[in-house]
Design a protein around this ligand. Structure first.
Ligand SMILES: [Zn+2]
Length: 287
């Protein structure tokens, strides 16, 4: 993958291990403030802890989860922002048509586009951190004392191939989807036997991501999808990424100077067409 190779060869490296020892209670405070600012209505939902973050429920009662690790403060935050994107989509659906097809999401690709848009296009942007960084530093003064703004921004946008899909960065994430989708195609065409799947996984993983898992736990068994019969689901994530990029492109052209508005946190107070939610709905309506 030329782009991944180019990034890996760059002299600019993210120092991810700079972020250590972030107390969970403060992490909880920060992510609550961030997700509320993004527009999540905690009167119609909540966030708890689970091993693998998820979002379920409906707009009337959204249940989200994240996970905490003192040495991975960005993981809990970005997991929560991702799930908040799903939650905002559900909370934004029209209540008067709830229970009908009009009150449902437009497929999982559209759902993932909302989670990925808030997670990647918005929350990894300079503007977002221009607004939230002072509060982040105030909550974690000792932990961020030796971390410059540029180091923080680089850590937030680090690109580094990983064996685990849910930990993957924006650039290499889609390679994990290609890996799974190609194996699914081979399985269903009969070209690959289930018994040969672990070995085929290792081979494709080496080819696409440049890493080889030393156990099936970090290889073919890492996701829940296939074990519950969800074949063909993985491309939803990839489609979601592409929809999100297009929506954001559209939002930037429709909502003037959106990145400047984010840095002023105008995101929750409104853009030129109304509130942030109205703004994203306007954009979503153009799909
Ligand atoms: Zn998701």
């Amino acid at each position: 993958m030329p782009l991944v190779r180019e990034i890996n060869a760059s002299k600019v490296r993210a120092k991810k291990d700079l972020l250590r020892g972030f107390p969970v209670e403060q992490q909880r405070v920060f992510l609550r403030e961030v997700t509320e600012r993004l527009g999540f209505d905690y009167g119609r939902g909540r966030i708890d802890v689970s091993l693998h973050p998820f979002c379920s429920g409906t707009g009337a009662d959204v249940r989200m989860t994240t996970r905490f690790n003192p040495d991975e403060p960005l993981d809990s935050l970005f997991s929560a922002i991702h799930e908040t994107g799903h939650g905002l989509y559900e909370q934004g659906l029209r209540r008067e048509v709830a229970g009908t097809a009009l009150g449902m999401h437009a497929g999982m690709g559209a759902h993932e586009s909302q989670s990925r848009l808030w997670e990647n296009q918005v929350a990894r942007s300079r503007g977002f951190w221009r607004f939230f960084e002072p509060r982040f530093r105030k909550l974690f003064p000792e932990q961020t004392d030796n971390v410059s703004s540029d180091d923080l921004y680089l850590a937030i946008n680090a690109v580094e191939p990983t064996l685990i899909r849910v930990d993957a960065d924006e650039v290499t994430y889609n390679l994990h989807i290609i890996l799974r989708f190609e194996l699914e195609q081979r399985l269903f065409s009969g070209a690959l036997a289930v018994a040969d799947l672990p070995a085929a996984w290792r081979e494709s993983c080496r080819e696409l991501i440049g890493l080889v898992p030393d156990s099936d736990r970090t290889g073919v068994l890492q996701d829940v999808h296939w074990s519950d019969g969800s074949f063909g689901y993985f491309p939803s994530y990839c489609l979601g990424n592409m929809f999100a990029a297009q929506l954001w492109y559209r939002a930037r052209s429709r909502c003037v100077r959106s990145s400047k508005r984010i840095s002023r946190a105008a995101i929750s107070r409104g853009c030129s067409t109304g509130s942030a939610k109205t703004c994203t709905r306007t954009v979503a309506a153009t799909i």
